[in-house]
Design a protein around this ligand. Sequence first.
Ligand code: IMP
Length: 195
Amino acid sequence: MTLIFATNNENKVQEIRNTLDDSFEIISLKEAGIHQDIPEPHDTLEANATEKSRTIFDLKGMDCFSEDTGLEVAALLGEPGVKSARYADDEPQFADNIDKLLDKMSSHTNRNARFRTVISLILNGKEHQFEGICEGIIAYDRSGTGGFGYDPVFIPDGATQTFGEMTMEEKKQYSHRVKALAKLTDWLKENKNKV
Ligand code: IMP
């Protein structure tokens, strides 16, 4: 099965290719010849995921999926959430986003946070959504240089290291995106001949 994955983030493409077996061919936006920016104008992950997959489907008429992820911090009442990519500035900058997060968290002892991923799949023109959650805490300082985004300051429950200190294989055991993908692939295995 061939699916366009509505992202230009190479880390995410690699994570997803690593997770799915050979029966899935994942094509990135670039590989699909789509060079435009896909809008994320809404105030929920669900609505942004839908917007992205609908945009690709309308352009190419092919089965596709998109995902939108946010870091939801309890002490910040769910911030940065849907604004995770552009928390510090309109231009997405991982380093500035982490600086702002650590600054806002400096007076909080409740460090609970979670990554939440929403996947929107469009198969034969019909949308289906899947959610994956990874609970954890925000560290007081950065550790590690692996991964991307908030990885250097997020420690998933059950781990002692940040995502930034883990290999991709280690991160996969906890990853919100992998959990949402597992739901997507289970669903596809069960339903791809029925829809
Ligand atoms: P996106 O809109 O799904 O790309 O995610 C929004 C932002 O959330 C990204 O720019 C990253 O800052 C952050 N993010 C998403 N997934 C992860 C992850 O697995 N680790 C760390 N940060 C992430």
